[in-house]
Design a binder for this molecule. Structure first.
Ligand SMILES: [Zn+2]
Length: 235
């Protein structure tokens, strides 16, 4: 685990925690700086009809901030797009390019823009759209000084090359990270999303089962737990 700067771009509060918090904990334990960029406030989420709908976005932001702290992340940025209505617009590509040029990460972790037919929940429309826009922002938008020239002219944000891309929920993962040692920290992060967990008693068992299947797929051995990614080297 290299101590490299990482930017995580997800659609909703909680996506990084279900998909990658065990890996993020390993990275921060190894000294890497990790920044989260969450495109929506998750304001379509929740399950409790007694919570005023107008409060959901704020609740989910604070839950994501708390979850981030569980795995050593303190820099969480929200873009405020409306949950459930994200489109792969040039505006989103520019907003993500801005964050990439500002954070200047070695590695970007985001959703796979490819639909996974074996796990349709991983392929929520906002996930596919954010993945598509983030991949475009990584290549070529953020590295091309002639794309969104206003970022340099108005905000002094120079072009930046991201050499490594990690994709969540991809149909064909090629990299399995052993998170046996950080599983409890991942669970703490997931449990921070109180407004999203109607059955908190069953969550640990369900997550452990999924991570065990990943470890089997990655041939990590009996009793291990893993998170699965598609890793793409761009350089
Ligand atoms: Zn999501």
């Amino acid at each position: 685990m290299d101590a490299v700067r990482t930017l995580v771009i997800t659609a909703h509060p909680d996506d990084v925690d279900f998909g990658a918090a065990g890996t993020v904990a390993l990275w921060t334990e190894g000294g890497a700086a990790v920044v989260y960029c969450v495109v929506t406030d998750g304001d379509n989420g929740g399950f409790d009809p007694d919570v005023p709908r107008g409060d959901i976005g704020g609740i989910r932001r604070s839950e994501q901030n708390a979850a981030a702290r569980c795995v050593g992340v303190s820099d969480v940025r929200f873009l405020g797009y409306p949950d459930g209505r994200v489109t792969p617009s040039l505006e989103l590509r520019r907003d993500l390019s801005r964050v990439i040029r500002d954070v200047r990460p070695h590695r970007v972790l985001t959703h796979s823009p490819e639909r996974n037919w074996e796990n349709i929940r991983a392929s929520h429309p906002d996930h596919l759209v954010v993945g598509e826009a983030a991949v475009h922002a990584v290549y070529p938008d953020a590295r091309n000084p002639f794309q969104f020239p206003e970022l340099l002219a108005d905000e002094k944000l120079d072009a930046h090359i991201v050499p490594e891309l990690w994709l969540l929920g991809a149909p064909h993962p090629n990299h399995f990270v052993d998170v046996t040692g950080t599983f409890q920290r991942k669970l703490s992060a997931i449990n921070a999303h109180v407004s999203q967990l109607p059955e908190p008693d069953t969550i640990a068992r369900r997550i452990e089962h999924r991570l065990r299947l990943n470890a089997d797929r990655g041939a990590l051995g009996e009793g291990h737990l893993a998170e699965a990614f598609r890793v793409v080297q761009i350089e």
